[in-house]
Design a protein around this ligand. Structure first.
Ligand SMILES: Cc1cc2nc3c(=O)[nH]c(=O)nc-3n(C[C@H](O)[C@H](O)[C@H](O)COP(=O)(O)OP(=O)(O)OC[C@H]3O[C@@H](n4cnc5c(N)ncnc54)[C@H](O)[C@@H]3O)c2cc1C
Length: 397
């Protein structure tokens, strides 16, 4: 019998296992993932940005955990020799309307206690000659890292501390008793006193396996990127973001420096017809059926019809996608955009069609489920894991 079983070898499952073994060095712990390698889903398919915490509602868990998470991610990288860079980020307004929204965002930056600089159009040209805008905000604390490297290091630390990691073990069922909980996989059964599930795109299905009566679904949103051709050289020195549309939870297509020296543009946010389809967006019958049988899905579609069409147009036409980037980076040409694997976001949607914004935890007597952990959950993984572990320890006591 294990003390703790964790489902999910993404950054949240791994960070939680690492934290648990620091809190309880003698605990017997197993981490289970269905894939043959760790970080195969969101944690291995993201923009690699260490977010500073600009956008989030002041005082919210997201705002607090992001700011702490950015600091802790940097410290973790320094401690374990993982490459990162605090390159800073520019949020660029390209017209008067965006400038007005940028001023609103500045108030949020102040309320969230972040350092920043306002940047005039002239200064913008000096510091980023290829970027055009009427005004910008510079956030020096934003940075870049490869979250797969963080996951790999967390896994080593878990193994060094006596934890077990079982890969290629999809969880098929969960049976909860009074004194223990058993996770059934095709690689055997794992019985523990407490279960933690951090299963991202499958979080609703795993919660249901635990007998939770849920009124939400995970709706997958593809984030499509292009790699910027190496021939462009070092186009930008910082991360370049548009001013986000306040009615959408996604940040808009941005130019992102990658820690390996390359540059990407993206991600957009298009409905995905499968939860784990990284190739063409072909429908997966089970995923489609889950979406179509959920009333919240239709309400969501109705609410975001215009935004959905806007995103779809950019997805179907590389030229349209390019035009959106050219608004702030006019030098980019069609040939500069090279295909790249997308990421897929696990977006939890409520039965009334709302996109659930904040982190969502649900519990049974012996299990804790992370049911919504959208961006910036990679940045915030270490403090989110503290929260998960303190809840799990309360359960175990
Ligand atoms: C396109 C995109 C861009 C993003 N950019 C950023 C960014 O720049 N900065 C940032 O901070 N955040 C970003 N995010 C968000 C961030 O990547 C996620 O919030 C974070 O990775 C979530 O981690 P997780 O561990 O919850 O989920 P995941 O990484 O998805 O891990 C879930 C794990 O559960 C496993 N699993 C699922 N079902 C089962 C089962 N039945 N049995 C066994 N195992 C199972 C899966 O195999 C997977 O390994 C981005 C996300 C996307 C998709």
């Amino acid at each position: 019998m294990y003390d703790y079983a964790i489902i999910g070898g993404g950054i949240l499952g791994l960070a939680s296992a690492y934290r648990l073994l620091r809190e309880r060095p003698n605990a017997r712990l197993v981490l289970i993932d269905k894939e043959q390698a760790l970080a195969r889903h969101q944690s291995g398919h993201n923009s690699g940005v260490i977010h500073a915490g600009v956008y989030y509602q002041p005082g919210s868990a997201k705002a607090r955990l992001c700011k702490q998470g950015a600091e802790r991610t940097v410290r973790f990288c320094e401690q374990y020799g993982i490459a990162y860079e605090r390159c800073g980020k520019l949020i660029v307004a390209t017209d008067a309307e965006e400038q007005q929204r940028l001023e609103g965002l500045e108030q949020r930056v102040i309320a969230n206690g972040l350092d920043y600089e306002t940047v005039s159009a002239e200064r913008l040209r000096e510091i980023e000659p290829e970027i055009t805008g009427v005004a910008a905000l510079l956030i020096p604390a934003s940075g870049i890292v490869d979250y797969k490297r963080i996951c790999a290091r967390l896994a080593e630390l878990i193994l060094e501390r006596g934890g077990e990691i079982r890969l290629g073990a999809p969880v098929r069922a969960i049976r909860e008793g009074d004194a223990e909980i058993t996770v059934l996989t095709n690689k055997g059964d794992f019985t523990a006193r407490t279960l933690i599930a951090c299963t991202g795109l499958q979080a609703d299905r795993i919660a249901k396996m635990s007998g939770l009566d849920i009124d939400f679904r995970v709706v997958p949103f593809r984030g499509e990127y292009y790699k910027i051709s190496a021939a462009r050289g070092e186009l930008v020195n910082r991360l370049i973001y548009p001013v986000p549309n306040p009615s959408l939870p996604f940040l808009g297509v941005h130019l992102t420096r990658v820690i390996d020296g390359s540059l990407t543009v993206g991600p957009n946010a298009v409905l995905s017809f499968g939860r784990e389809t990284y190739g063409a967006n072909f429908p997966v019958p089970r995923d489609m059926a889950d979406m179509m049988s959920f009333p919240g899905f239709y309400k969501l579609m109705a609410r975001f019809a215009a935004a959905g069409l806007y995103e779809l147009r950019g997805s179907l036409s590389k030229r349209v996608y390019l035009e959106r980037c050219r608004k702030y980076c006019p030098i980019l040409a069609l040939d500069d955009l090279e295909p790249m694997e997308p990421g897929i976001r696990a977006q939890t949607v409520s039965s009334d069609g709302r996109l659930i914004d904040d982190f969502l935890f649900l519990e049974t007597a012996r299990s804790l489920h992370v049911c919504n952990a959208p961006s910036p959950a990679a940045t915030s993984a270490l403090p989110i894991a503290d929260e998960i572990v303190s809840r799990a320890l309360r359960k175990a006591n």
